[in-house]
Design a binder for this molecule. Structure first.
Ligand code: F0G
Length: 351
């Protein structure tokens, strides 16, 4: 039996981490690449479509890959406190890995704009949670400033070790498929993930002569600074994970798009929620932001700007649907109520 030990163990030789790194792991990574042929057919083409379901990481999002690396590096140099700004998932992940390492975690979140499952996660793992009266971008400025002043390690994706861990998702996809896909579609918020994927695919290209995917990045229409070409002062979207107006790694994201001959586009909240429903119809429940990449792909196919015929396409679904239960429960019809009586049940089933 081969035992799985997490991404740092699996890909250690390919990650640029200092010698002092002391592995802190929750056995993250190794997430499934799920074929969704029916969805591909509905989207109008004969092509291979896969979902890389990153919501199946230990804290329910892709953030765990970067976090195991950042916390392991910090642990190795005796850090006591880590801090991050977050729309929720980074906060939950930082809190969990800090707990695992015996560190204190402080997380700053935009007041009232974090989904319930993420807030509950950060609390459950014991983080100090601070709500900022402002946006994610404001919170990020605050944590950058304080980590330069106090001996506290910043674990946002400005921390280079986060990207080292995160790029392992590209390795996993290539290892599973035996090559890189033709297109990789993913949501873009602070732009760490797209930057990390591009690093990972380029590394495999050089090391293993794998191909390079074209990258399709999707931002929510109300929070699309990279599409618009300027910061967005008051970003707004149902996909609160990517409600970001000044992406820290925006320039690198645009480089990845350009170098891969890919594209960055804005998708409406309606398209995001519609794709969330369709994925759930395949048995894959993701949080709204996670549906943005696929929603973007569909928009491009529908508009005739992307012909998927014969291609192999991977969509990254970054976070689990359980992170944001309210987006479903607030919109659903209240479940039917029956007396505890089989006849009533029979009548209800006959309707
Ligand atoms: N999808 C989900 C579910 C996210 O939580 C995020 C980012 C993204 C996509 C975008 O990734 O920022 O690397 O471009 N969430 C961050 C957070 C901002 O604080 O949890 P990105």
């Amino acid at each position: 039996m081969t035992t799985y030990h997490g991404i740092l163990h699996r890909y250690r030789g390919l990650l640029d981490l200092p010698d002092h790194t002391q592995t802190v792991s929750l056995l993250e990574g190794n997430t499934p690449l799920i074929p969704v042929p029916r969805l591909a057919q509905e989207m109008g083409g004969r092509f291979e479509l896969y979902v890389k379901f990153e919501g199946l990481n230990p804290t329910g999002s892709f953030k765990d890959r970067g976090m195991t690396a950042a916390i392991s590096e910090a642990a190795g140099r005796g850090v006591h406190t880590v801090i991050c700004a977050s729309t929720g998932n980074t906060a939950a992940s930082a809190a969990a890995y800090a707990a695992r390492a015996g560190m204190r975690a402080v997380v700053l979140i935009p007041q009232g704009k974090v989904a319930a499952g993420k807030l509950a996660g950060a609390a459950a793992y014991g983080a100090q949670i601070i709500q900022v009266q402002g946006s994610f971008d404001d919170a990020l400025s605050m944590v950058v400033a304080i980590s330069q002043k106090l001996p506290i390690a910043l674990v946002n994706s400005l921390n280079p070790f986060r990207l080292e861990g995160q790029k392992t998702a590209a390795f996993e996809i290539s290892d599973t498929l035996g090559n890189s896909p033709d297109w990789l579609c993913l949501p873009v918020g602070n732009a760490g993930n797209i930057t990390a994927y591009w690093m990972g695919f380029r590394q495999y290209h050089h090391l293993k002569s794998a191909g390079l995917p074209r990258i399709l990045g999707a931002q929510a229409a109300g929070a699309a600074p990279l599409v618009l070409g300027h910061p967005v002062e008051h970003p707004e979207t149902v996909a609160t994970a990517i409600r970001i107006g000044r992406p820290a790694r925006g320039e690198q994201a645009l480089e990845a798009i350009e170098q891969s001959q890919g594209r960055i586009l804005a998708v409406s909240d309606e398209d995001i929620l519609a794709m969330q429903r369709r994925l759930a119809g395949e048995g894959i429940w993701v949080e709204p932001a996670s549906a943005a990449g696929l929603a973007g792909l569909e928009v491009e196919i529908r508009a005739g700007r992307l012909d998927p015929s014969g291609l192999r396409i991977v969509a990254v679904c970054t976070g689990h649907g359980l992170k944001d239960p309210e987006i479903i429960t607030q919109r659903m019809r209240a479940p039917q109520v029956l007396p505890s009586d089989v006849k009533a049940l029979e009548a209800a089933l006959a309707q």
